[in-house]
Design a protein around this ligand. Structure first.
Ligand SMILES: Cc1cc2nc3c(=O)[nH]c(=O)nc-3n(C[C@H](O)[C@H](O)[C@H](O)COP(=O)(O)OP(=O)(O)OC[C@H]3O[C@@H](n4cnc5c(N)ncnc54)[C@H](O)[C@@H]3O)c2cc1C
Length: 406
């Protein structure tokens, strides 16, 4: 089969590597020349299963000197309360660690790996639109612009995977993007020099600080480079002036984090003004959407790269198993479940004091504690997970409430 992939970020690169390893003719169209900046630097342990499956074992990460990550640390700003969730306390079988990655390097590594597996990269090449088949006999045609040597103006493919990230190329073309469930958040972020550890945190942890204004992250990338960011109400960011001013003016809402920053403001600072959006359909006739191209809620639990790569990997496997007309329903159910589970977890984070009672309690139910860690590691399917079962009951109750109200 000939497969066209729009976007060479983590989702596109993993789908490409999976398909190329199965002998398909894979074309990746990437608009930007790598290495390029991208936000989203904290991976989840379950990511490693995907990388190993495409031939990238953890030794490769170690060889590239990525910072090992063993836990997620949370702090309730202004209260002195903290909690640390080491992944080794998760459910049996969950991977105990992963890495923090500077995305410019990491995305480049994944993309080069896809090419090494046999995928054909066209870069810089922008897909401007796709003619989608209207019946079972015709095939999708990609329309392409770009300076890549020998870049075709258009290409017919057996299947098209949209991995274009927040660009959401196909979903926008089809009018499938909406802001239903929008959490009305925006982010401001960048890199600073080394920070002291939060109380109770250990080297390599992601540290999250929660306050009434929103939440803040600190991710160690290298000895002297940390990623820091604030997620705030959208209007605060949109009306807050320059990215530098937004960061500097809102850091006082996180007093302990402010003290650790000791006056540092990321330079350059960047913003993402509309974090969340929904895409109503992720699978159609000879097309599928993976990663951010299929919707995004919020980065609080660092789930974005995992969901993009797991979806790309599973789609690659499903297509390889059954061809372009494969029944991809199972892939769709799994991808929808992953996203819905994290959305439900994210809603809990923003749901008053619920999460504070769960995370920062002095005494916790051991099963719930273990279940939270398992989900923080990216395991969305364990039947042993008491916390996940609770989350699933909440999802069902909310769905039933919506049905009754409609
Ligand atoms: C503030 C913030 C913080 C985040 N923090 C984390 C985190 O800590 N951990 C985590 O896992 N996730 C995080 N995320 C989410 C993460 O950034 C994304 O989920 C992840 O990058 C999705 O990968 P992807 O491959 O779907 O898309 P992307 O990584 O965005 O890749 C898409 C690629 O497609 C290319 N492209 C776009 N349009 C076209 C076109 N028309 N033609 C050709 N190429 C095109 C782009 O150049 C890009 O390289 C965060 C997100 C935000 C907003």
């Amino acid at each position: 089969m000939r497969i066209g992939i729009i976007g060479g970020g983590p989702g596109g690169a993993v789908a490409a590597a999976t398909l190329a390893r199965s002998g398909h003719e894979v074309h990746i169209f990437e608009n930007e020349v790598f290495p390029r900046f991208h936000i989203g630097e904290s991976l989840l342990p379950c990511n490693m299963t995907v990388y190993e499956a495409i031939g990238l074992p953890s030794e490769q990460f170690t060889a590239h000197h990525y910072q090992p990550k063993h836990a997620a640390h949370f702090e309730l700003s202004g209260s002195g309360r903290c909690c640390r969730f080491p992944f080794s306390d998760g459910l049996p079988g969950d991977p105990p660690s992963i890495f923090q990655v500077e995305r410019s390097k990491f995305d480049h590594m994944l993309l080069k790996h896809a090419v090494a597996q046999g995928a054909l990269l066209h870069c810089p090449s922008k897909v401007t639109s796709v003619d989608l088949p209207s019946d079972d006999k015709s095939l999708p045609v990609l329309h392409i612009e770009g300076a890549a040597a020998g870049a075709p103006g258009q290409m017919q493919v057996d299947f098209v995977i949209d991995a274009s990230g927040r660009e959401t190329l196909l979903a926008r073309q089809l009018g499938l993007v909406d802001r239903d469930g929008d959490l009305m958040r925006a982010a401001v972020y960048g890199h600073v020099a080394e920070l002291p550890l939060a109380p109770g945190a250990e080297r390599g942890d992601i540290s999250i600080s929660k306050s009434a204004a929103g939440w803040a992250w600190a991710i160690p990338l290298e000895q002297r480079k940390w990623s820091v960011g604030l997620v705030l109400k959208r209007e605060v960011v949109v009306k807050g002036g320059t990215a530098h001013d937004i960061f500097a003016n809102n850091i006082p809402f996180f007093p302990e984090f402010k003290a650790r920053l000791a006056g540092q403001v990321p330079e350059p600072a960047r913003t993402t003004p509309n974090i969340s959006y929904r895409v109503r359909q992720r699978l159609g006739r000879r097309w599928a959407l993976i990663g951010d191209a299929g919707g995004f809620a919020d980065p609080i639990f660092s789930s974005g790269v995992l969901l993009a790569t797991r979806s790309g990997w599973k789609l690659g496997k499903a297509l390889s198993a059954g061809g372009a007309l494969a029944n991809l329903e199972e892939w769709k159910i799994g991808t929808d479940h992953d996203l819905a589970t994290f959305i439900s977890f994210i809603k809990l984070w923003y749901d008053g004091h619920f999460i504070e009672n769960l995370f920062f309690a002095d005494v916790r139910d051991p099963g719930i504690y273990q279940g939270i860690i398992s989900l923080l590691a990216g395991n969305t399917t364990s039947l042993e997970n008491k916390f996940l079962a609770m989350l699933n009951r909440r999802m069902l109750a909310q769905k039933n409430k919506t049905l009754i109200m409609n």
